[in-house]
Design a protein around this ligand. Sequence first.
Ligand SMILES: CC(C)(COP(=O)(O)OP(=O)(O)OC[C@H]1O[C@@H](n2cnc3c(N)ncnc32)[C@H](O)[C@@H]1OP(=O)(O)O)[C@@H](O)C(=O)NCCC(=O)NCCS
Length: 264
Amino acid sequence: MIEIRSCSGFEELEACVQLQVETRGYDASDVVPRKAFRVAQAIGGQVLGAFDTELAVGTGAGRAESLVGFVFSWPGMKTGEGQPRAYLHSHMLAVREAYRNRGLGRQLKLEQRLEALSRGIRYMEWTFDPLEIKNAFLNIHRLGVTVRSYLVDFYGVSSSRLQGGLPTDRLLAEWRLDSPHVQSVIEGRARNSLVIDEVIQVPATIYEWKTSAAGREKALAVQMENRQKFLEAFSRGLAVIGFVRDAEGNGSFELGHPTQLELN
Ligand SMILES: CC(C)(COP(=O)(O)OP(=O)(O)OC[C@H]1O[C@@H](n2cnc3c(N)ncnc32)[C@H](O)[C@@H]1OP(=O)(O)O)[C@@H](O)C(=O)NCCC(=O)NCCS
């Protein structure tokens, strides 16, 4: 049985650090240390863990080894438009490989949403790699995020094995936690058909290309081409409002006018 709850105690936070390294292959320059998780908890962020209760050998700190996934956010403050507004920036989501593709990543995000709403926080952001088809599908199609910003080489050089040595370009996911759009997506309700003005594609072979020196040039070419397309589309007021994958695993970002979605 999987239990999702707030992590407590240093050992559970250390287990998050270890899972972070295991899932991304980070070196010391990228890893978020236990102290940062602790501070995030203390200042209104979230460190939620998914625990496989069958792996637990004890109680309290002894349960750290049963951590199979976590999601972690910092609190943030939006200023400039009216009253300052508290929100959460979700910095990391990870699920142990053997537990993937059975809905755990989605469940962690949904728990994050409920916890935020229970404190009156109605908005969350995070960044994700536009070349990661699976993450895009989960974020846009299954959680209902929208995207209007493209961040060029956001983190600089990264030791993440998922990055494949490419620039760390990111899309900024905007999750309006109690919007009618998000509610209908997470409840799996059919949406009205939307007008799609542009489609930006990512080939399924991107994963393989990122793992070899020969393929990396091809992956970089896709990244550069899509970077231009996203920047140009966002400058025209378009937003990512949908994402589809085909039978071969290729992904397509669907862009259109966000006014078509009930976002507030
Ligand atoms: C991203 C991650 C957290 C997702 O966790 P997960 O538990 O596997 O996610 P879920 O099972 O809830 O959802 C994944 C969805 O993507 C789908 N999917 C799986 N592989 C896919 C692919 N290659 N292309 C498109 N969609 C894919 C799954 O079918 C599932 O959709 P469904 O619920 O409609 O069936 C996990 O893969 C992971 O830890 N990856 C490494 C770290 C990472 O990339 N973190 C996110 C950035 S911070």
